[in-house]
Design a protein around this ligand. Structure first.
Ligand SMILES: Cc1cc2nc3c(=O)[nH]c(=O)nc-3n(C[C@H](O)[C@H](O)[C@H](O)COP(=O)(O)O)c2cc1C
Ligand code: SF4
Ligand code: SF4
Length: 423
């Protein structure tokens, strides 16, 4: 049984000790803030360990709870408290687990206010739950977790703080960004943004962890993942994190972009657990897929995010389970069936309209617009970030082959396409 006379520190929200009280006083409804440590324990398969609270505990008896948690004693550090609790409750030496501090937050219930220090660790060794303190414990797949069987504290902490969600997107004209952010928000309203449109961000290493969820989106370019991105994938490491692969496409077809993205993510150590292809306004056009993703599309995106959490499977969706060769890049053709080559085509500037706001220079995902001369000096992927983003309409494409292709796309692919989801 807990010793109600045991002394606990009273702390401020920064964690500074400002007094002391007994354990009984900490739970008497006076809600004096006191620190606790939690360990969220994963195994290498991404499963999470939960302990079962014994029926004699006055709070949340019989519910599944965070692997290990306990009060920090008066005069004790959080590291010392974690070491003690992990050893007592799980029979593990926390130093061999390599626990990492994740975050701290204030948890409030009817009877108490806790300053929770959250740690996370991955452990494939034995766990020996204490017979005195716990009613056993085991590893769960995330999709097995059920809100009514877990403590609310665990539920909030796991889905709000531990299962960190990221939205990563490459998005010249913003379609992919909108979709990816809406899905990620459906998973976790605090999802962190990684904007891969910015060349500097693409060159930074991003290392994820088991328990993270990454919604990763790119536009379809010539039926595939934009090939200028391929070399940047070496900068991301999945380390067993889950990923949802998302592509947008300009109402023609996404061909093999989604399959290629899923393969790239798997190749970087992600477990791809979902996929989606969203029709959107074509970069080249203002009429093809005009206005999409619209508000209805974004509602569906958020709903998909919620489904990913609720139904999440460890297996990858069926459509990704193929090792067939990817189709070649889509090749535009002229009316006689000859290939139109737009690789070298670049937008032209009407300098008379330019008010030198610098927006296009910052928006170009290839960093190809020279700030001084306003010339396109580097690679142009025809993303149209400059064309659609210039408030003065100073950029446009004049190449005859490009304009023919644009017109043909608008003529041939005007029908409304539906979003496709894969779980
Ligand atoms: C060079 C280029 C090639 C494209 N190829 C295709 C394609 O093969 N199929 C398609 O439906 N849309 C294609 N698109 C349209 C984009 O996939 C679509 O507009 C996308 O939503 C743009 O996303 P963003 O706004 O995030 O940049 C292409 C766009 C560009 C710039
Ligand atoms: S966005 Fe338009 S107005 Fe602004 S610098 Fe670029 S071309 Fe000039
Ligand atoms: S210059 Fe080319 S790559 Fe850069 S924003 Fe304009 S269309 Fe996109």
């Amino acid at each position: 049984m807990d010793n109600q006379d045991e002394l606990l520190p009273i702390v401020d929200e920064e964690g500074k000790t400002i007094g002391k009280m007994t354990r009984g006083e900490a739970h008497d409804g006076s809600k004096q803030l006191h620190p606790v440590v939690h360990l969220q324990l994963f195994n290498g398969k991404g499963e999470i360990y939960l302990q079962k609270r014994p029926l004699w505990k006055p709070i949340q008896p019989g519910k599944w709870d965070t692997a290990c948690g306990g009060h920090v004693g008066y005069g004790e550090s959080t590291d010392e408290a974690l070491e003690r609790e992990v050893s007592e409750e799980l029979g593990i030496d926390v130093r061999s687990v390599g626990a990492r501090f994740v975050t701290k937050y204030v948890f409030e219930s009817k009877v108490e206010r806790e300053l929770v220090y959250v740690f996370k660790a991955v452990w494939d060794g034995d766990v020996k739950p204490s017979n005195d303190e716990l009613d056993g414990g085991r590893f769960f797949k995330v999709e097995e977790l059920k809100e009514e069987e877990c403590t609310p504290n665990f539920w909030q902490e796991f889905f709000g703080k531990i299962m960190k969600t990221y939205s990563i997107y490459f998005s010249g004209t913003g379609n992919t960004k909108k979709v990816v952010k809406a899905i990620a928000k459906g998973i976790d309203s605090n999802a962190e943004d990684v904007n891969w449109t910015d060349p500097a961000t693409r060159s930074i290493e991003h290392k994820f962890q088991s328990g993270d969820m990454v919604v990763f989106g790119v536009p379809t370019i010539a039926g595939r993942v934009p090939n200028v991105l391929l070399k940047s994938f070496v900068n991301i490491e999945g380390n067993g994190a889950k990923a949802v692969a998302v592509v947008t496409y300009g109402n023609r077809a996404y061909d093999d972009s989604l399959l290629e993205l899923a393969r790239l993510l798997k190749g970087r150590g992600f477990r791809v657990v979902g996929g989606a292809a969203f029709p959107a306004e074509h970069s080249f056009s203002r009429t093809l897929g005009a206005g999409r993703p619209d508000s209805e599309d974004l509602l569906q995106a958020a709903e998909f995010g919620r489904r990913v959490v609720a139904e999440i499977a460890d297996d990858e969706p069926e459509i990704f389970r193929t090792d067939r060769e990817l189709k070649p890049y889509f090749q535009p053709k002229d009316r006689d069936g000859n290939p139109i080559n737009i690789l070298k085509v670049k937008p032209v500037l009407d300098a008379g309209r330019c008010v030198e706001c610098g927006r296009c220079v910052r928006a170009c995902p290839m960093g190809s617009i020279d700030k001084k001369t306003m010339e396109v000096t580097g690679i142009c992927i025809k993303c149209c970030a400059c064309v659609k983003g210039c408030p003065e309409g100073a950029w446009s494409f004049a190449d005859a082959g490009f304009l023919y292709h644009k017109g043909e796309l608008e003529y041939l692919y005007g029908d409304r396409k539906e979003i496709e989801f894969y779980i």
